[in-house]
Design a protein around this ligand. Structure first.
Ligand code: NI
Ligand code: MN
Length: 227
């Protein structure tokens, strides 16, 4: 059974396993490159990497309408639970088995303030191992860090890396990240949504193909790949 992974623009991802659909960083409303409306999205789980509006996005209405459980750091999970949302809090380095597979929360160097100014804990990335044994790493918003080498040792089938620069790693550091993570496939995210993060993803993908043995795949918003 294959896993279908779809990039929905910016950092919004959909992962469909045999029985479950996950949405990571559900930024639909106001996401200029997202081909879907929040009202049309269905999911069983929502993963939120940090509190910023372009990641928390439509989490609350989406979780309320679908009944999806939100997986986030402890602080964001508690903030959501106070608003009547089902949430599962975790912290960095910890993993948990869910019906769709395992989620391990990884480091990310970034901010995490929530939209109302509440403390959003520390930002994270996600290492997801589906029931079908596919390993997907979403670095989310982060700068480069050396412990990506440790994450890579787990054997990654697909990595999502930000390349936008300014708020996250840019193309040069994302290329260094690929060298540490050694994923089978890598997809760039968090670029060209707005002018400060404008990047040439195809040029970056060419450098990845030239300098590493990872397969760089540039998706257009709404496009999927199968694992
Ligand atoms: Ni952010
Ligand atoms: Mn962001």
């Amino acid at each position: 059974m294959s896993t279908t992974v779809t990039w929905l623009g910016h950092s919004t991802l959909s992962i469909e396993t045999a029985k479950h659909r996950l949405i990571i960083d559900p930024f639909f409303t106001g996401n200029p490159s997202c081909p879907l409306k929040a009202e049309d999205v269905t999911c069983d789980y929502i993963l939120v990497s940090h509190g910023h509006g372009d990641h928390l996005g439509d989490c609350i209405p989406l979780a309320k309408r679908t009944g999806a459980k939100v997986i986030a750091n402890y602080e964001i999970a508690s903030w959501l639970e106070k608003q009547g949302i089902k949430a599962h809090g975790m912290q960095h380095g910890g993993g948990h088995d869910f019906p769709f597979g395992r989620v391990k929360m990884t480091l990310a160097f970034h901010g995490s303030a929530l939209p109302d100014g509440s403390y959003g804990g520390n930002p994270c990335g996600f290492l997801i191992t589906t029931r079908e044994r596919k390993k997907i790493y979403d670095a989310a918003d982060t700068g480069l860090f050396g412990d990506m080498k440790l994450i890579g040792e787990e054997g990654i089938d697909l990595a999502f890396l930000p390349i936008g620069d300014n708020y996250t790693m840019g193309p040069d550091d994302a290329l260094r990240a690929v060298k540490m993570l050694t994923p089978r496939k890598v997809v760039p995210i968090h670029y060209s949504t707005w002018p400060p993060i404008e990047q040439d993803a195809e040029a970056w993908a060419s450098r990845v193909r030239w300098e590493t043995s990872s397969e760089a795949v540039v998706l257009s918003a709404g496009e999927s790949l199968q694992l």
